[in-house]
Design a protein around this ligand. Sequence first.
Ligand SMILES: Nc1ncnc2c1ncn2[C@@H]1O[C@H](COP(=O)(O)OP(=O)(O)O)[C@@H](O)[C@H]1O
Ligand SMILES: [Mg+2]
Length: 342
Amino acid sequence: MPIVRLSAVSKTYPAPRRTSRPLTAVDNVTLDIDAGDIFGIIGYSGAGKSTLVRLINALEPVSAGTVEVAGTVISGMRERELRQVRLGIGMIFQQFNLFNSRTVAGNVDYPLQVAGVPAAERKVRVAEMLEFVGLADKASSYPDQLSGGQKQRVGIARALATSPRILLADEATSALDPETTLEVLALLKRVNEEFGITIVLITHEMEVIKSIAHRVAVMDSGRVIEQGTVFDVFSNPQTDAAKRFVSTVVKAVPEAHELAVLRQRHPGRIVTISFADGGVSQSAVFLGFAQHGVTFELVYGGVNDIQGRTFGHLTLALGGDDAAIDRALASVDSSLTVTEVA
Ligand SMILES: Nc1ncnc2c1ncn2[C@@H]1O[C@H](COP(=O)(O)OP(=O)(O)O)[C@@H](O)[C@H]1O
Ligand SMILES: [Mg+2]
């Protein structure tokens, strides 16, 4: 059951000058985000990710199409009704956006105050949230006394204080170092698992998607050019943009310059064999080569684990006569992809 449903959504900004053209930041996007998922949206800077987020929480009106949240069409709603919708959506940001004049507890308290929650109830909820993010001892500190990771944990506590069903995270770890990023991602995973909150994870870093997302959509120039489970997109990306993102975390297929080096050392035939779990085993392939009298040397490759499932690409330099190699390659099970390197 989708909790967020975008149907042919576009957002066009008027031309900034008379001489320029209107800018389509989001271009005909159709996307379902299932309740309970961690849904990643990846794309380069300017791809339209943040604009898409602002359409989901109705901070801006769509130019075309419809946005549905929890079964209600929110595009075209009045401001008063939208305020209610936004209460069900929490948000965290790259720059944390904390109030520096308020204590940690004061920051988490703020959305509860706005929602008109009675003081006694608020106090309990703030303590509960700070406990959840591991900052109970920092309740009276001010944001500028905290590290980046701690600030983002306050951001998460604040976003969840009013018990939203959806959390939008826009580059929430992009200002953090790699170790702190892992801590914050682990916390987001707990948010998803313990509270069942749907997380929309916007990022330009594939590592972030790889570590916690279930599904991913790739955005380029305002469009969603590819989407699927993280395993499918990582093991078999279809578009050039997706391939480029995947190559940042999956070192598997040699690039042109690496191939040139391999070529110098291995003048014979070179193939890359791609496999995914569920398919035929590697040993069947190697046995087949041996049976056809073909020798092989593993010259490049890697096996990847994506959330408990494996896939990999192995590049082999083959030895033996051409006809034997042809027979050996023809015998490889069709569940594996064999690419002969030119
Ligand atoms: N309020 C706005 N007015 C005009 N252009 C905008 C506005 N917001 C974003 N854009 C433009 O829309 C495009 C997508 O921006 P954005 O959604 O911020 O991308 P991303 O978050 O993927 O980096 C960019 O070209 C950006 O300059
Ligand atoms: Mg952005």
